[in-house]
Design a protein around this ligand. Sequence first.
Ligand code: NAP
Length: 249
Amino acid sequence: MRFKDKVVLVLGGNSGMGLAAAQAFAAEGGKVHLTGRDQATIDAAVAGIPGSRGYRSDIADPAATGAVVADVEDADGRIDVLYINAGVGGFAPLRAITEEAWDHVHAINLKGCVFALQKALRIMGKGGSIVVTGSIGAHGALAGNGAYAAAKGGLYMAMKVFAKELVGEGIRLNMVSPGPIDTPLLHRNPGMSEEDVARLKDMMIANIPMHRMGESEEVAKAVLFLASDDASFITGANLFVDGGLLELR
Ligand SMILES: NC(=O)c1ccc[n+]([C@@H]2O[C@H](COP(=O)([O-])OP(=O)(O)OC[C@H]3O[C@@H](n4cnc5c(N)ncnc54)[C@H](OP(=O)(O)O)[C@@H]3O)[C@@H](O)[C@H]2O)c1
């Protein structure tokens, strides 16, 4: 019960690893608030997490995140734990990247996440803990991953800087960088057929030392560790959850 009576906001908590983390926070006593864009999966998530609240909110719109933060404040007065997890994929090689696709990925995965942090900080204080989902995509060159890698790479450095700014306030900020995890995300890449996804999965598994994809729950365990007092002397860290993909190259 590491999160007993803690107020937890999961941005992107209605699917994949965000949902797994929201469930795990609640199982350890957290008062969970979660966001997403899809009302049906928000409703399903909230129905499965007793006492939780869900909000339909686009992280690309900082004002919308600000409104969620105000609702959390009305309900519970503060945020103790913030998990910034919302993100989208978007594969396209250099010659095929459109400005629209670039801006979309960056509006969500970089700008939206940064301003979500700024908005949430208004009701966070000493002892607060923040975890952000990065990606191994920001730490290695995968052909076709330029827009996503740039956004997550930007997020990685921005969060390191913000961790330094916040350390004096007693707020810890860490990143979890997953490798290939079996979530709906891979099936949501615009322009990729199911055959393309299957080929991509096979290619990724062949390169992972553990020879399998990860599960959302395995990422959630790392997120909860970093968010909890078990990680009380850890800030500015980036934890790879990737079956050895990066460190055992
Ligand atoms: N799966 C992987 O292999 C992998 C690897 C490395 C990093 N990641 C990162 O892990 C995070 C979670 O992804 P996942 O794999 O669990 O995929 P997922 O199942 O597609 O979940 C993505 C989550 O982000 C939310 N989201 C996306 N765009 C949003 C927006 N504009 N506003 C608010 N919420 C938004 C989604 O809500 P809706 O469903 O309502 O859109 C959903 O809750 C992402 O940041 C992703 O980049 C994934």
